[in-house]
Structures are given as structure tokens and as C-alpha cells.
Design a protein around this ligand. Structure first.
Ligand code: ZN
Length: 224
């Protein structure tokens, strides 16, 4: 990993929200526009990247689309049900259950500004994990009927944990140290919040969940 001296990139994403049930990643607040000379970022190139990363992506992802200008605020990417345009809108929440496929929405400026190409792969993989989890195709049960906060931290701890494990395994070549740190911080934040909600209230469930979350690399079968 390339290490940058600047500390501005070590700051975590400000916030993660699930608004209207849609899984959303908010970009940091201090993302300067920077010509990184990177590859073109559009739907076809993201789909190609996703296909290289996860050849079975189309089982869980229906399409990859840009967010409309002015929609989504500082969102990097969001998983929404097919056709939905506003990640925070009512009725945009991703479908769940066997066979469910959902759309990835992305904000071109947020994804590309100040970030490496590897970061796109990490974000795509993050949404891939969410989509696969929603489709019931991971070992982690889909949360149903839980409080929104619990569900959000549960889903995010798993997806960021998956990213961290995959980054450590070299899945995103060129990922910068500060970008890895950002993923690690998000994992820690959601894991800690989930533990605070579950550990005393439902020790048995916490025991089961935390055991799974400690080995996120094992949550998906990779034989196909
Ligand atoms: Zn997420």
C-alpha cells in the first residue's frame, strides 16, 4: 500500500446512514476535487470492474447507475431496489430474500475525488456483499424485524468487516494505507455500536453474531 503523509485522508467517513432503509455510504466532508489521472468512471467501467472482482455479481446486482445530480448528498455508493433513484427515499430499500437483485447507485465525484482506483473496487465489493447478504447468499442471517439502528450496525459491521478481510488478503491492489484505515474505522464503529446494543440485551444472539463477524472472510462461499 502506498502511504500518504497527509492526515486528512485518515479521517473516517463522517457517517453512515440507512435512510428509508437503503444502504448508503456517505463520503467524507473534506474531499477536495483532485485530478488523479484515474480511469474513466462510468457505469460500463464499474460493471467491468465488478465482473472482474466478482464474476457472479449479476446474481445479486441488477444494474449500476449514476446518482442524479443533487440527489444523495455525499453518498459514495448505495444499494437500492431496481429502478429507485433516491437512496433516502421511501420505497428505495433494497429487496431481500432468495433471488433478490438490487441496483448500485454511485456518485462519480465522491467516488473518484481524492481516491485511488482501488477504492472503487473496495466500494463495489462492499455493495456486492450487501447485495449478496440481502439475497440470503452469505452465512450471516438476514436481519428481519429488528430496530433500524441494530439492523444498520449489523449490516455495516459485516460489510466493512468483509472489506477489511478482503483488503488484508490483497483483493484491492493499490489500496492506500489511509483508505484501508477508513474501512477499518468503519468496521470498528459499527461493531462497537452493535455490541453496545446487543451484548447485554441478548447475550446469546451477540455470541452467535460476533462469532460470525470475527471471520467475515468466511461469510461467503467462494467455490463458484
Ligand atoms: Zn454499507
Amino acid at each position: 500500500m502506498q502511504t500518504h503523509g497527509s492526515t486528512r485522508w485518515t479521517r473516517p467517513l463522517r457517517q453512515f446512514v440507512v435512510a428509508g432503509g437503503a444502504a448508503v455510504i456517505l463520503a467524507g466532508q473534506s474531499v477536495p476535487a483532485r485530478a488523479d489521472g484515474g480511469l474513466r468512471l462510468d457505469s460500463p467501467s464499474l460493471v467491468r470492474a465488478l465482473a472482474r472482482l466478482r464474476p457472479d455479481y449479476s446474481r445479486y446486482i441488477f444494474s449500476v447507475r449514476p446518482l442524479a445530480p443533487g440527489v444523495g448528498g455525499r453518498v459514495y455508493m448505495a444499494l437500492v431496489r431496481p429502478g429507485a433513484t433516491d437512496p433516502s427515499g421511501r420505497g428505495s430499500a433494497p429487496y431481500a430474500g432468495p433471488g433478490a437483485r438490487n441496483d448500485i447507485l454511485y456518485d462519480e465525484a465522491a467516488v473518484s475525488s481524492g481516491h485511488s482506483i482501488a477504492w472503487r473496487y473496495l466500494l463495489l465489493d462492499h455493495e456486492y456483499f450487501h447485495a449478496r447478504h440481502m439475497a440470503g447468499a452469505t452465512l450471516l442471517p438476514v436481519a428481519r424485524g429488528d430496530a433500524a439502528e441494530l439492523e444498520r450496525h449489523y449490516n455495516e459491521a459485516a460489510a466493512w468487516g468483509f472489506n477489511v478481510a478482503e483488503a488484508r488478503a490483497g483483493q484491492y491492489p493499490g489500496l492506500r494505507e489511509d483508505e484501508f484505515r477508513e474501512a477499518l474505522d468503519r468496521l470498528g464503529e459499527h461493531y462497537t455500536a452493535l455490541r453496545a446494543i446487543l451484548k447485554d440485551a441478548d447475550p446469546e444472539r451477540w455470541s452467535r453474531v460476533s462469532e460470525l463477524l470475527r471471520r467475515p472472510d468466511l461469510l461467503i462461499e467462494t467455490t463458484d
